[in-house]
Design a protein around this ligand. Sequence first.
Ligand SMILES: Cc1cc2nc3c(=O)[nH]c(=O)nc-3n(C[C@H](O)[C@H](O)[C@H](O)COP(=O)(O)O)c2cc1C
Length: 325
Amino acid sequence: MEDVTDQAFRLLCKEFGASMVYSEFVSADALIRSVNRSLEKIRVDDQERPVAIQIYGRDVPSMVEAAQIVESEAHPDILDINFGCPVKKVAGKGAGAGMLKNVPLMLDITREVVKAVKIPVTVKTRLGWDNQNKIIVSLAEQLQDCGIEALTIHGRTRSQMYQGEADWTLIGEVKANPRMHIPIIGNGDICTAEQADEAFKRYGVDGVMIGRATFGQPWLFKDVRTYLDTGKHDETMTLDWKMAVLKRQVQKSVEYSLREDNALKERKRTELGGIMHVRRHLANSPLFKGIPDFRQTRIKILRAETQEELFALLDEAKERITSLG
Ligand SMILES: Cc1cc2nc3c(=O)[nH]c(=O)nc-3n(C[C@H](O)[C@H](O)[C@H](O)COP(=O)(O)O)c2cc1C
């Protein structure tokens, strides 16, 4: 997820039990132009493996070239193609979910990218462009025929953006289609361990992708993993432990931002870079839901510029949670 799944965060998700993690999506055009921020996005650490790097674009040559850059520069385990992003600046230009309006081009890109790299290629998309065009059941077969090795489906149309509830019934239909043999990963509105469990049981998917519910709580995977394995929630995660995790995320984020990197040496990398990555997580952490009058503290978190400031705000939040009993 853009501006969310940076390396510091992915490593924590992995540590807490995510089977697989994905980079933020990366523009094929920006990668080809060697835009620094894009090169930074494709950097992976061995501890993240298996890790996928996701790219998006709107034509065959740039997607093929970007896929080859990703393979040779970053060596991820998987290359994922984004045909699901609904935002105007992406879909409006025909990339991301915009490709749901031009299926022949979507299939051409997929086929050529599969041919151009040795690593497995996967796709993430939505149910269709809008309610009248929920094409995913036949589209899934066509994508599979292009040689992809797994398909992730977000149970919304492009027109829905992020509104309404995700509809998993069509995801279940894709999975139940006897012609389909690649793994199907379901996505949309999974916020709890129970919902993840239900998605596996009811729709038969091979994997569940969790997005927004992970903001500010990478430990969600620990609970989901425990619940899937034992049918019980993970009771070991105390408030102190969670606070320590958030501080670790801040530290990692700053550390990555400051780290020496020859490829990026022209770019001024500062502590603030790391802080900016992590502020959104902290401000949205479910840990702080229900604290009365927390708005001002949340604003301070969003404005903090140093690790020290953030740590002090986290300590303050912890005291307030503790005082609530
Ligand atoms: C801020 C934000 C950034 C996102 N960036 C990406 C992205 O880069 N690639 C992608 O495949 N999906 C992206 N998504 C979509 C999510 O991966 C996911 O498909 C969607 O939020 C529904 O799943 P959820 O209900 O578990 O969040 C993004 C979503 C949000 C809210």
